[in-house]
Design a protein around this ligand. Structure first.
Ligand SMILES: Cc1cc2nc3c(=O)[nH]c(=O)nc-3n(C[C@H](O)[C@H](O)[C@H](O)COP(=O)(O)OP(=O)(O)OC[C@H]3O[C@@H](n4cnc5c(N)ncnc54)[C@H](O)[C@@H]3O)c2cc1C
Length: 302
């Protein structure tokens, strides 16, 4: 990737391009500096067009879904932040129902729309913020369900163009997929998710019970959800709690007293403080249990 040429970007995107935009409000943690440039895609075609142009111009970019799994540095992002607002969804009814959704559609919204139609399969997603694209990318899951279990196929933009990938092409593992950890990320444009016929009232009741459970066990307020992946056979939250770290605070970021795997933003918070708290947590847990906690969230910027 080369550095940014604002005149070239301006020539390519015109008024759609905004400069020097704070990214904090595009994240669930409400933390982070500014992006040099910012552009919103309102459809999957527009998303494909924007990303293709950025690839052609060799410009660094950050694709933002709901920003619910990201910690953006205080220095922000040197490149173009692309906000995915491609939100269409269509349901296919019948014996083998499914939903097709653009990748910027809210996962909770799609789960709710499915439930309203008496379609089951996404109830586990009732309280997972973010977009369908973010969930497909990271194999989001909860309450025994995960994207790997329901995804049929995606339309994805790769350097070779638009392709159809089936669920096996994603090589899913716990909160992981083939798209994670690669430098030039392909971009999920839309996804087809398999559903099953069920009873509207029952599905909605189950979703309500998942939301209630969340309210009892997870803190309200601005956060990134679980900070660390659960180590095999254990829970990151248990290890952090037993390392005596619940309630530990650096600046305005605090390890939740309700669920130790959540860091809650208590005010104006610096990403550098969050990073210090991450490092401290990893160090203390390693000292006490010999376990290296792996981040579930992604760190963006320097
Ligand atoms: C309160 C709270 C509760 C949470 N609970 C859960 C939970 O129960 N289970 C769980 O799994 N997660 C949970 N999360 C984490 C988070 O919501 C999920 O990881 C979610 O799927 C991220 O989606 P997003 O759209 O916000 O992605 P973002 O945070 O915007 O992006 C995350 C990564 O995905 C990439 N990405 C986003 N869209 C695309 C796309 N279309 N194509 C390619 N790459 C893309 C981004 O570039 C980035 O690298 C929780 C978070 C919060 C704040």
């Amino acid at each position: 990737m080369t550095t940014l040429s604002m005149p070239t970007l301006r020539a390519a995107f015109g008024d759609r391009l905004q400069e020097n935009i704070s990214l904090a409000s595009y994240t669930s943690a409400r933390i982070g500096g500014s992006a040099d440039a910012f552009i919103t895609a309102y459809s999957s075609d527009e998303l494909a067009e924007i990303i293709s142009q950025l690839w052609e111009m060799k410009t660094p970019y950050l694709l933002l879904g709901g920003g619910s799994n990201l910690l953006i540095s205080d220095g922000g992002f040197r490149g173009v932040a692309v906000l995915n607002k491609a939100k269409e969804s269509h349901f296919s009814l019948g014996e083998n129902p499914s939903v097709w959704a653009e990748s910027g559609a809210g996962l909770i919204r799609v789960a709710n729309l499915a439930a309203t139609r008496g379609l089951d399969g996404l109830a586990w997603a009732a309280a997972i913020p973010g977009t369908v694209g973010g969930a497909v990318y990271g194999n989001a899951g909860a309450f025994g369900g995960e994207m790997a279990g329901v995804l049929r196929k995606i339309n994805i933009l790769t350097k070779s163009g638009r392709e159809t990938w089936f669920v096996d092409d994603m090589r899913y593992a716990y909160r992981n997929s083939t798209l994670k950890g690669v430098t030039i990320k392909s971009v999920i444009l839309s996804a087809e998710i398999m559903l099953t016929n069920g009873e509207q009232a029952k599905i909605q009741e189950q979703m309500r019970s998942f939301i209630q459970k969340r309210k009892k066990t997870q803190p309200p307020g601005a956060s990134m959800g679980s900070m660390f992946k659960n180590p095999e056979g254990d829970y990151a939250g248990r290890l952090i709690e037993e390392a005596g770290l619940k309630g530990t605070r650096i600046g305005n970021i605090e390890i939740s007293t309700l669920h130790a795997n959540f860091f809650v933003n208590r005010g104006e918070t610096k990403a550098s403080d969050v990073k210090m708290l991450i490092d401290l947590t990893q160090k203390k847990v390693f000292e006490k249990f010999g376990v290296s906690l792996e981040l579930e969230i992604e760190l963006i910027g320097e």
